[in-house]
Structures are given as C-alpha cells and as structure tokens.
Design a protein around this ligand. Structure first.
Ligand code: GLC
Length: 515
C-alpha cells in the first residue's frame, strides 16, 4: 500500500477486552489478540484500531487512562504490545492506537499529585480545579454521562470532568499538558504504531470561567485546532502515520475544519453512522460527506458501528432505524431477520463507497446487541450515572464467539466478563466460515473484491428510483442497494450480493455489486 494507505483502508476496530482471552481470566488481552491475528489477515483488513490498552482502573472501559506509556496488566506487558505490533506488521496489518487527550484517570500520577498538593498549587493548574459557589459547583455544566460535571475534592475545591468523576479533564491551556501529549505520541510512534484515533477530539479546549457566548462552552471551541496542528507537525515527521478524530458534530462545515491539510487526516463519519435505513437520508449524507471533504482534500470514512453504539443488526430491525446517543431505543422491538438483511446490504454499501471503512469487531459476524444483560453485571458508567435508566453500551461489548456450541464459545478458558447469549452458537467464527451464505463469508468476499476491483476513483450516481441507491465507481464496479419494498431489475455480471437474487431481480433490503 502507498504511503497514504489510510485514504482507502479497511480498518477493523478491536475492542481488546472482548476480542479473545489468552490467559483464561475472562477478559480479552494481547495474547488472545496475537493468537487470532491470522483471522484478521484472512478477513482481509488493512489495519486495526485498538481501544485504549493503557493501565486503567477501568471506570470507563479504559478511557480513564492512568499511564499513557504503559500497558494495562490485565491485557499484558509493553513487551507483548511490541510483539503484537511486530506480528501485525509482518502480516501487512497496520496498528492504530487510541489516545485520550480530554481527560485522564483520577488514579494518574498527575491527578493524584494535584489532589495531594492542594488548592492553588501548580499541580492543580494542569486540571480544572475551582472554588464552588457556596456549596454548589462552580457552574452548571452537566457530565456527558449524566449528573453534574464537577466533583468535590476532600479540601472543598471542585474539579471538572466532562465524563465520569474518575475522568478529570485536563487544562489544555497548560504547557505541561501540551508537551506531555506530544511526548506520548512520540513514544508510540517510536514503537512502530501507524496512527492514533483521537478520543473526544472536539472537547479538550474549554474555559469554565468564561462568560457564556451562546455556543456550546466545551465542544468544538476554535482553540482545539491549535492542538491538532501541533500533532500533525509531529506526525508528519513519521512517514505513513495518520490521525483519525472522534468528532461528533452535526455540522459538516465545522467537521471539515478538523481536516484541513495541516490538522487530522480523517474523522469518523458519524452522520453516516446515525442515518436511518432510508435511501434519501443515506444519499444526502453520502453527498454531503463527499461535498464537504472535497475542498479540504480529505478522504471520507464510512462507519456503521463502534463500541459506543447499538449493533447494526438490532438497530436496522427496529421501526426507527436511526441512531441517536440521546435515545438509544434500548429494548424497542427489533426484527432481527430484517435487521440482518439490512446490515448485510449496508456492509456492501459502505464497502463500495470512496474512502476508508471501519468495521467494529463482531459486525462481520452479524452479532446483535445483547439487551438482556443482568443489571448487576453492567459496567458502563452511563448505567450508574443515569440513575439506572440508560443501560448504556455494554450490549455491544459482549465477548466474541469463536467456536463451539456453548459459552464461552472459544473466547478463552475463563468465564467471559459479560455473558454471551446461548444462541450465539450459530454466529461463531467456526460456524460461519463453514457457511458460504454467512455474514462472515460475505465480508471476506467483499474485502477480497474491494481490494482487487474497487480502485480509488470517483462515484457516479445512477438513476434507479427514489428507494434505490445505485452508483458506479470509475473502476467499473457498480453497487445497487434496494431500500424499498418493491423488487428492482439490475443488469450486469454479479460479483457479489448480500442476499439471493431472483434472476436479475434485486429483492427489498438487498445490495449487489455488478461489473
Ligand atoms: C469516547 C469513547 C467512549 C468513552 C468517551 C470518554 O466517546 O469512544 O467509549 O466513554 O470517549 O472517553
């Protein structure tokens, strides 16, 4: 692959805790991941993105980082991490890490020092410590996980946390913070990693003392771009490395600002992820995406799922197929047969669009969201912080089923940290690789054809009716997706279809690749 490999890469998201467990403690780890690398190679992915693997008390699944230069002991050691990077590279798979600049763990050395040093100390200046308003917090900001965004230290001062109290926010006006993160990026680039996924990338810059100016006080503040310009300068010193931002912004113009040539290389396409299963809505998102990215020269990314959102099969089987953080529609009825058909079609759609594609682990197996986890096993802080009204994100984080007919389905020797449904016996890797009509077989075939035939040329829409998304790529590959109720006639040599065709007729909720 060329130096700008990320422009067209298929990137597989590894949620390490739930991928494969090598040491039998019920939690996925680096030994498990290394043993399963041949699976990823056979699937045909170009890169993996790993959720945080750093030492962490796991108050938010590792997004509470206690040490940015180490490996969480439950996952392995720094030597394991280096061996993993070497193994992946030997298979031609690049490695993207998660970096979390907005906040750290309350157990990090800096935050502990800040608490110990007391009010007014230089140690506290790296965070947002403030005196309250009497017994009330310094302002009315709310945490994204629910409840106030301020927690009181034993000496009476309050500190800011946009997420859980265990995740104190850094003060990015402080030079120590800026220098620290440049050094962290360097630390991992020097160990061979190929890029970073930047967590909560629109949030680091804020000023709780500033008077309200009518805009969101901590999202997408202009100053945030200085950070990414600095990071880009550093990244450019390492050839072939990239940065992808987690930027949830509805406004595509604001989003494109993160992708100016001297900032991030790509951002996740969340408008695409959130769009309902509707031809007009999806076409609008695709057109808007391509139109806003063209002027900054950044490639699109196509994302259907990740560790924070409802699994595709479940979402597409509901009456309302859009995804919205504020309303996860947890427990709303879902027809999983319909959902599976649409998820298969959506996979062919996203893999045929121009740009790179992210696949969240388990999507290639068509796993549904697990909605009946026992309450006492739920770990997502959203569950607790919402007063047990929002079950949160554990349902898309259940350990993968690899083989066998009962839990733990080859995940590892121990009891998985979240229980797997008994009916996943039909969804294991083992069961699916023996079945040419499985979701796994579809993904493998699609990735193979994509690598051989898709090219990086432009997309041209074909007029095939309001309920049909149809386009040709410059390479000659045509993708037709039927989102309507009526069958449509297609013409050409069928390379791959998401479901059975009836002669040259494409049924509802089905996609086909033609030449
Ligand atoms: C990002 C992560 C999410 C995490 C949050 C706080 O949105 O994807 O899992 O909880 O940031 O770090």
């Amino acid at each position: 692959m060329p130096e700008a490999w990320w422009r067209g890469a298929v990137i597989y998201q590894v949620y390490l805790r739930s991928f494969a467990d090598g040491d039998g403690d019920g939690v996925g780890d680096l030994a498990g991941l290394r043993s399963r690398l041949p699976y990823l190679s056979e699937l045909g992915v170009d890169a993996v993105w790993l959720n945080p693997w750093y030492p962490s008390p796991m108050a938010d699944g590792g997004y509470d980082v206690a040490d940015y230069r180490g490996i969480e002991p439950v996952f392995g050691t720094l030597a394991d991490a280096e061996a993993f990077i070497g193994d992946a590279h030997a298979l031609g798979i690049r490695v993207i890490l998660d970096v979390v600049p907005n906040h750290t763990s309350d157990q990090s050395a800096w935050f502990r020092a800040a608490l110990a040093a007391g009010p007014g100390s230089p140690e506290r200046a790296r965070f947002w410590f403030r005196r309250g308003d009497g017994d009330a917090p310094p302002n009315d900001w709310q945490s994204i996980f629910g409840g106030p965004a301020w927690t009181r230290a034993p000496d009476g001062e309050w500190y800011l946390h946009l997420f859980a109290p265990e995740q104190p926010d850094f003060n990015w006006n402080h030079p120590d913070v800026r220098a620290e993160f440049l050094d962290v990026l360097r630390f991992w680039f020097d160990r061979g990693v190929d890029g970073f996924r930047v967590d909560s990338a629109a949030l680091p810059v804020k000023d709780p003392d500033a008077a309200p100016d009518g805009r969101d006080p901590y999202t997408d503040r202009d100053g945030v771009h200085d950070i990414y310009r600095e990071w880009r300068r550093l990244t450019d010193a390492y050839p072939g490395r990239m940065l992808v931002g987690e930027v949830w912004l509805p406004d595509q113009e604001r989003l494109a600002r993160y992708l100016r040539p001297d900032e991030l290389h790509t951002v996740f396409n969340f408008p695409f992820l959130g769009a309902p299963w509707d031809a007009a809505a999806l076409r609008t998102v695709i057109d808007d995406t391509l139109a806003t990215l063209a002027p900054v020269g950044a490639p699109a990314t196509w994302v259907l799922s990740n560790h924070d959102v409802t699994r595709t099969v479940t979402r597409y089987g509901r009456a309302d197929t859009a995804f919205d953080h504020a309303d996860r529609k947890h427990g709303m009825p879902s027809d999983l047969t319909v959902g599976m058909r649409r998820a298969r079609a959506a996979a062919l759609l996203s893999l045929a669009l121009p740009g790179s594609v992210y696949i969240y682990q388990g999507e290639e197996l068509g796993l549904p969201e697990v909605e009946d986890l026992p309450d006492e096993l739920r770990q997502d802080p959203i569950w607790r912080r919402s007063g047990r009204t929002d079950p949160g994100r554990d349902g898309c984080r259940v350990p993968l089923p690899w083989s066998g007919t009962e839990p733990p389905f080859g995940f590892g020797a121990g009891t998985p940290w979240l229980p797997q449904p008994a009916d996943w016996k039909d969804l294991t890797v083992e069961a699916q690789q023996a079945d040419p009509s499985s979701m796994l077989s579809l993904y493998r075939a699609a990735l193979r054809i994509r690598a051989a035939e898709l090219g990086d040329g432009a997309l041209t829409w074909l007029p095939m009716g309001d309920d049909v998304l149809a386009f040709t790529r410059d390479s000659g590959l045509t993708c037709v997706v039927n989102l309507g109720a009526d069958p449509v006639r297609v013409d050409g040599e069928v390379l791959l279809a998401s479901g059975p065709l009836d002669g040259d007729v494409l049924p509802a909720d089905t996609a086909v690749w033609l030449r």
